[in-house]
Design a protein around this ligand. Structure first.
Ligand SMILES: *Cc1c(COP(=O)(O)O)cnc(C)c1O
Length: 384
């Protein structure tokens, strides 16, 4: 792809909002009896929270979820008014503004409840609470032994008008292993916790499933499913795009800054881990570990990019800002051409799943590692 105008960015994450809408459609069909929450933490898993939220809502998601109050505020500031849940806070944060802008808040302890009620008092508006029970992940949530006290406090707040108990919720430890026995145990504890809320006269909705459970465990859908990774088209069961109903949303690419012939026997990049075996053409591509290409991506010398119509090897170490690609005789590659690092795979480029396999990690970490302070985000498939 030659862009003689030079107008396209040095490096960009191309975010396909039509794919977001497609993926939300897949999730809605998988969970026809439940509402869909699109999870947008970490700036939409590195894709941009506001544009992804807009596309997800267009496709029928009816809730949004974030981790922090900063993320909740950013969505409200971006004009997103849909139901929004934020779930990880410190007890001394100021909840006034988020209560005032109608952000639902997760609460796991009496101290957190008191802080949120304080915000509600100052906002002069009831807080909307999602009471979180720890059913076996042992991260957030109240332990079953402490659940009764939390319910009593929340029921009292609802009775005096300072809060509304919207939901009881929890999070799975092994959602990506649909047959894991812990799922049934967590579901049983979850149902017991919800019953205890009903016994106190509360009528909360329930939500437990992540993307994987949305696609594989209809018995865990309850009233609302919280889907993150699947919204971004990355398969929670680690299937490659060709074998998944989902469509990857992000393509990471950068443009060739320099092409040159280098003689045989020259070391390439820091440490000279690779030496030109013969006279060859090298392309310098300005994307490195500060942009979301981990150094260990090429530790075994297996990294490839799609450039000039072929998969070509990255040679030598990944630098902070750049990589070097061996282009052989160089006939197909020009300065300004685009190298695709990962994408949906349709054009033969590597996928985020390929990267995760090479890195010994999960595709979540691959896409959230691409930061917009260095990599421009370009949106395609915007609804017309
Ligand atoms: C991140 C997150 C999700 C979404 O998980 P995926 O596996 O990306 O679908 C759901 N719920 C909570 C509490 C989360 O933190």
């Amino acid at each position: 792809m030659v862009d003689p105008s030079g107008s396209s960015p040095r490096a960009e994450a191309v975010v396909d909002l039509a794919a977001v809408r497609h993926n939300v459609g897949v999730l809605r069909r998988a969970a026809p009896g439940a509402a869909v929450m699109a999870v947008l933490k970490a700036d939409g898993y590195g894709h941009g929270a506001v544009p992804v939220a807009t596309a997800a809502l267009e496709a029928g998601a009816s809730w949004l979820g974030v981790c922090t109050l900063e993320e909740a505020r950013a969505l409200r500031a971006g004009g997103i008014t849909a139901p929004l849940l934020s779930w990880l806070h410190l007890p001394d944060e100021d909840f006034t503004e988020v209560v005032a802008t109608g952000v639902d808040l997760s609460v796991s302890s009496p101290r957190h409840l008191a802080a949120v009620l304080d915000g509600a008092r100052r906002a002069e508006r009831p807080a909307r609470l999602h009471l979180k029970v720890d059913t076996g992940l042992s991260r957030g949530g109240a332990q079953p032994a402490d659940w009764g006290d939390l319910l009593d406090g929340a029921a009292k707040a609802q009775a005096d008008g300072s809060a509304q108990v919207v939901a009881v919720w929890s999070h799975l430890a092994n959602g990506d292993s649909p047959q894991h026995p812990s799922l049934d145990l967590q579901a049983a504890r979850f149902t017991a916790a919800w019953r205890a809320a009903r016994e106190r006269g509360l009528t909360p909705i329930r939500h437990l499933a992540n993307s994987a459970a949305t696609l594989t465990r209809p018995d865990l859908h309850f009233d609302l499913v919280r889907a993150g990774i699947a919204v971004y088209g990355l398969d929670p069961l680690d299937r490659q795009p060709a074998d998944s109903p989902l469509r990857p949303v992000m393509t990471l690419r950068a443009r060739v800054a320099l092409v040159k012939r280098v003689p045989a026997g020259e070391g390439v990049a820091y440490g000279h881990e690779w030496t030109t075996p013969c006279d060859t053409t090298l392309a310098l591509v300005p994307l490195g570990y500060a942009d979301g290409v981990p150094r260990r991506m090429n530790r075994a010398g297996r990294m490839r990019v799609l450039l000039g119509g072929a998969l070509r090897p990255v040679v030598g170490r990944v630098s902070m800002d750049q990589v070097v690609v061996d282009c052989g005789d160089g006939a197909a590659v020009r300065e300004g051409d685009t190298a695709v690092f990962f994408g949906p795979g349709d054009g033969g480029e590597p996928t985020a799943q390929d990267w995760a396999d090479e890195l010994g990690t999960i595709h979540y970490e691959v896409v959230t590692g691409v930061h917009d302070r260095r990599v421009a985000r370009t949106y395609t498939g915007v609804a017309g």
